[in-house]
Design a protein around this ligand. Sequence first.
Ligand code: ADP
Ligand code: MG
Length: 454
Amino acid sequence: MQDSLWQAVLGEIELSVSRASFVTWFKNTRLLRYKDEILVIGVPNVFIKQQLEQKYNSLVVSTLSKNGISPQRVEYKIHSGITPSRKEEDDTVILSDKSANQVSSRPNVTTLTHTYRQGLNDRYTFENFIVGSGNELAYAACQAIASSPGTKYNPLFVYGGVGIGKTHLIQAVGNAVRGNKPGAHVVYVSTEQFVQEFLDAIRFKKNTDFAGYYRSADVLIIDDVQFIAGKEKTQEEFFHTFNALHQANKQIIISSDKPPKDIPTLEERLRSRFAQGMAIDMQNPDFETRCAIVQTKANTIGATLPPEVVDFLANLIQTNIRELEGALNQLLAFCDMRGLEPDIGVATSLLGGNRTRPKHISAKQIVERTAKHFQIPLEDILGPKRDKDIVVPRQIAMYILRSELHLSFPKIARELGRKDHTTAIHSVEKIEKEANYDSDIRSAITEIKERLYV
Ligand code: ADP
Ligand code: MG
């Protein structure tokens, strides 16, 4: 088993625990070994080891088994090679005594502190963010901010559903600012963490350090601000931080799953502060964007996916890009492990089953939809005509019957009014091949399929 498979397992775990738990307990783990039925996972410190053993082991075991791995035993081992990146350490100034208080008897306090505070992740950049109709406005605003922070759109408030790239985009701003100006103090914090740090700061009488840290930011990025709902004291603290930064023309970037007006129990004065700059709605990615994301991620890993697999994944998961990535990783890891090519057959058998399609599609619907797409009468596609502009649609219909419904060739032939099933075999093979280089055929297939499922 390779680390890529562990990454796929992590992708799924990420979906079933809270973000804070994932970051704290799972993010810095690696697969160290899988041999003789024993799977060893490397963890950064004893604290995380204990949590994983005591609290999360069954989740780990069941997610592994969903991915086809059932070792006799899973072990967690402290592994010195796993430390957060330098950048994350730079962000970790004020809370070291807080963590020391929590785990004073443990030797590797610093590592724990670092893991606890996320900071910016280098992985999130503008370069690897795919721009499409749902996110282009937010992208443009973020780029403008990155090139001159604090001058326009202040604050920038980005909102939208789960897994559509809010965190990626706002962290990309942070990374770009740091890249342009290495000394800039860029602070990224999740709201959960902000709340926690604030409470701890009060408890350990460190609120001046806390306030000082956030107020010294050149760019403050605060993620998932909806979690501030109902937390009055934190809201008040945040209000002051906000004002101090805003007055000093420091950039503030906020993300949320809903617009300011819909966050319950948000103090009015904060609400109006949020509305002062620019609020941008990030929408679900369209089909093309989803395809581009799958294709790009696969290429980055060095995998090549046949176009129909790209389409399949993009059809399978339509809103949450994190899930889309998870499905891709799962497929690639599965193929890698078994030495298979990631073709449509493997993809459907691995992923097709556990997510039901919006509705059941019949052979008749596919043939009708194809005829309609090419604007030819149904009786022509089913009839004897051999003109090219009838033959190609007929072959495409056969191909879709095969790839979507997995019908046998004799059955496919019958659906198109043919007697000889070898015609169906040839047609399917031909389209399969042509779809690799003919973008017209590829987009026709994609469009027909997309319409089938909406
Ligand atoms: P959110 O914060 O909105 O819940 P994230 O920013 O965490 O979503 O995105 C989820 C995953 O999808 C991340 O791994 C991110 O890199 C990826 N992602 C989201 N949108 C895009 C995009 N447009 N291009 C490339 N990757 C994306
Ligand atoms: Mg997020």
